[in-house]
Design a protein around this ligand. Structure first.
Ligand code: MN
Length: 128
């Protein structure tokens, strides 16, 4: 299993570390950044198998980051999972409307987090 490269875009250091640790223990490789702008750049440069994207970020937010990834042919096909603490109905509606592959709420449940990552990678035809 695993070995795929996953890009984590998250501005909270503790959340970023938790995602990184859980993924690396599970055999994935990770890249990380705390801004959407840098995330877009890293996605172009490294072509990760999956992006985990926080919605609330400094600078451009997760929605804008997602749209930039989708607008660029180099990154348009990379699956993106939205990760947010937001329980605001407006945010949920926006997240659904823009077409994220999946949605996870924080704090993450490690078991369902890994299941969702595995499902999205499997569905995208990624190979170990
Ligand atoms: Mn955040």
């Amino acid at each position: 299993m695993a070995g795929e490269l996953i890009l984590i875009i998250e501005d909270n250091e503790k959340n970023r570390k938790l995602s990184r640790d859980v993924l690396e223990v599970s055999g994935y490789r990770t890249l990380e950044t705390d801004t959407g702008e840098e995330g877009v750049r890293l996605a172009r440069e490294h072509e990760p198998a999956l992006v985990l994207l926080d919605i609330h970020l400094p600078g451009i937010d997760g929605i804008e980051t997602f749209q930039r990834l989708r607008a660029d042919p180099a990154t348009a096909a990379i699956p993106v999972i939205a990760v947010t603490a937001s329980a605001m109905p407006d945010d949920r509606a926006r997240i659904k409307a823009v077409g994220f592959d999946r949605y996870l709420s924080k704090p993450i449940n490690i078991k369902s987090f890994l299941e969702t990552v595995g499902e999205v990678l499997g569905a995208n035809g990624a190979s170990p």
